[in-house]
Design a protein around this ligand. Structure first.
Ligand SMILES: Cc1cc2nc3c(=O)[nH]c(=O)nc-3n(C[C@H](O)[C@H](O)[C@H](O)COP(=O)(O)O)c2cc1C
Length: 366
């Protein structure tokens, strides 16, 4: 019904406008408990699926299922509760940058085929202070919230690590975990921060921001799918040397052959592709398998890139990801997507006699 009737209508609207409308509609429902209950109808059984077998624990954070919302869907931290009622177990808010910035000129977000998107938003963010205010409303609701940290475009090189630490310090109370985003393709020079030295400096700054705090919030590094295996190994080394939680694989792809499948215009365009493209999905799955093989016993992997149903979710879990994120499929598959995936995962587990989702993590590489 969504894919047949609603999605084709949305295709005629500006993708970012629809996205903002969807987020603000969910935000609106958060003001009325009856409306929030109504959003639960978008789950298969009419309410959130809660089942012990789907529970995931990462760095002492409890997720009541493995399907979370990845960075970019709720950049403003305004729809956390609404998304949770749609069946997701957590939301990664952001990417958040220290000072407010508008991002790249519009239009900058597109659906280029069913379930496939390209964006070059460029870290549009209201800045840390506003995000802190927005997240106040979720203070007592026990929904895990990740804070994705990025850097402002106009930043002196010497300030980059410090700025990441400043975001973490300001948002410490709101965060269940931090994700250091050094992999967006839409901020010039950002991906260079995946190199050993700058990455190390950033992680140290984020760790230092928690000095004196009794509880240290887990830190993840989000990488680009194009990293060479050698570069991935260097990120693994930085993560394990610093004793932080793990890696989020991956961000959008700038691979021109993959973008080019959707037309010459997209091959040459700026921006990163996401969503239901089999080559992109494979690229990310291979990267997850590599990380799991190299360091599955030392760090946690959060998998993201092209997940749209329980099959594509299982691929990433079997490759080594313990927790998953979805972004583009919320538009491609519709608001039912989390409930649909979780129901599918549970049905698969029942059929295969698997008693806990964690048993499936990495089985394809073990
Ligand atoms: C519109 C849009 C905005 C995004 N913004 C961010 C962002 O701010 N920070 C980030 O780390 N990733 C961002 N991403 C990347 C996603 O978090 C995710 O890594 C990527 O889209 C692959 O997942 P998907 O195929 O489920 O969309 C964005 C993706 C989209 C589609």
């Amino acid at each position: 019904m969504y894919k047949q009737f609603i999605s084709p209508i949305l295709d005629h609207l500006d993708s970012e406008t629809w996205h903002n409308f969807a987020r603000e509609s969910l935000h609106f429902t958060e003001n009325f408990s009856l409306l929030l209950k109504f959003t639960q109808l978008f789950n298969y059984s009419g309410k959130r699926l809660v089942d012990e077998r789907l529970k995931v624990n990462i760095s002492d954070i409890e997720f009541d299922n493995p399907i979370t919302v990845g960075a970019g869907w709720d950049k403003y931290g305004r729809a956390v509760k609404g998304l949770w009622h749609l069946g997701f177990s957590a939301v990664e808010v952001g990417t958040v940058v220290l000072h407010p910035q508008t991002g790249n000129p519009k239009p900058r977000q597109f659906m280029i085929a069913p379930g496939v998107g390209i964006n070059w938003l460029g870290f549009n963010s209201p800045g840390t202070d506003q995000i802190k205010l927005n997240l106040q409303r979720y203070k007592n609701c026990r929904i895990p919230i990740g804070i994705s940290i990025g850097m402002n475009k106009e930043l002196d090189e010497k300030e980059i690590a410090w700025a990441h630490g400043a975001v973490a310090k300001n948002l410490y109370d709101c965060a269940s975990y931090f994700a250091v985003n050094v992999s967006s393709p839409n901020t010039p020079g950002l991906r260079k921060l995946q190199d050993k030295k700058p990455l190390n400096d950033i992680i140290e700054a984020v760790k230092d921001s928690m000095n004196g705090k009794k509880i240290k919030k887990p830190i993840f590094v989000k990488i680009a799918p194009e990293l060479t295996l050698h570069a991935v190994d260097e990120v693994i080394e930085v993560v394990t040397d610093n004793n932080i939680s793990g890696i989020i694989a991956s961000n959008t792809t700038i691979n021109s052959d993959i973008k080019g499948k959707y037309g010459q215009k997209w091959r040459q365009s700026q921006g990163g592709l996401s969503g239901d493209d089999p080559d992109y999905r494979k690229m990310v799955n291979d990267q997850i398998k590599h990380i799991y093989k190299q360091a599955g016993d030392k760090l946690e992997i959060i998998g993201v890139g092209g997940i749209k149903d329980s099959e594509t979710a299982l691929e990433k879990i079997k490759a080594g990801a313990k927790l998953l994120q979805v972004v583009t499929a919320i538009r491609g598959e519709g608001p039912f997507v989390a409930g649909k995936i979780n129901t599918g995962l549970l049905n698969y587990m029942i059929k295969e006699g698997v008693s806990n989702i964690n048993e499936l993590v990495g089985i394809e590489v073990k």
